[in-house]
Design a protein around this ligand. Structure first.
Ligand code: 13P
Length: 248
């Protein structure tokens, strides 16, 4: 059975004081230890947050370089991230694909760099509205996975995390219905079975992201092939984020 994961992607929100307040508030909550909980604050705040966190939380980075340390102004490396307690990174969030022109090829390089460095990652995929309206979402998402992820060996991908985030559902308040989410997740699991094996497919946590909040989390997270959530806006409030984690 795939590990349950709830992750909070803070994006470029909150200042230092607000970030620490959120963590202090989360420190007062109790969570099921079977759920892997990860927060993705702005990288600037990783260190103060890691000294404050008391619970069983992991800290992730929202992006990392495909290169080792060196002359890459504005970038953050895996080794630097690990040196301040980061255990996992996002790869291929749709906002980075859209605003930072991250291509499937570049994302493949990040995937490879993470694997070589033994660094956990959440690989994000998802279709824009025009693709969904044209009924081509399965082909689109499959291509994202084929071009950036499915070249890995079974050993390399085993136990990994994929997040399905339909672009039209991100920050819009329009969530995928549980039928739409389950349909995509089931297909992703089937592709993993075809490319690898049933065992590998069942070892991979497939998270849903896109306007997931306290009002719909239970239903979405209750779908058979949804193993967790990548939560944006609703992860910025301790109360709401805790309730989502406690949906399990
Ligand atoms: P929202 O939950 O704000 O729609 O964002 C989802 C997301 O992009 C998480 O990575």
């Amino acid at each position: 059975m795939a590990q349950k994961v709830i992750a909070g992607n803070w994006k470029m929100n909150l200042n230092l004081e607000q970030s620490l307040e959120l963590i202090e508030h989360l420190n007062t909550k109790e969570f099921d230890e079977d759920v892997r909980i990860i927060v993705f604050p702005p990288a600037l705040f990783v260190q103060p947050i890691s000294s404050l966190i008391e619970g069983d939380f992991e800290i992730g980075v929202q992006n990392f370089s495909q290169n080792n340390n060196g002359a890459y102004t504005g970038e953050i490396s895996i080794t630097q991230s690990e040196s301040v307690g980061v255990t996992v990174g996002l790869i291929g969030h749709s906002e980075r694909r859209a605003y930072n022109s991250e291509s499937n090829e570049l994302l493949k390089a990040k995937v490879n760099h993470a694997v070589v460095n033994n660094f956990d990652f959440i690989f994000c995929c998802g279709e824009p509205l025009s693709i969904r309206e044209a009924g081509k979402e399965l082909t689109f998402v499959k291509k994202q996975l084929q071009e950036s992820l499915f070249h890995l060996t079974a050993n390399q991908i085993n136990g990994g995390i994929i997040a399905y985030e339909p672009v039209w559902a991100i920050g819009t308040g329009v969530t995928a219905s549980s039928v739409q989410a389950e349909d995509m997740h089931k297909n992703i699991r089937e592709w993993l079975t075809e490319v690898y094996s049933t065992d590998v497919a069942n070892s991979i946590s497939i998270l849903y992201g896109g306007s997931c909040d306290v009002s719909n989390a239970k239903e979405l997270l209750g779908c058979p092939n949804v193993d967790g959530g990548l939560i944006g806006g609703a992860s910025l409030k301790a109360e709401g984020f805790s309730t989502i984690i406690q949906s399990y």
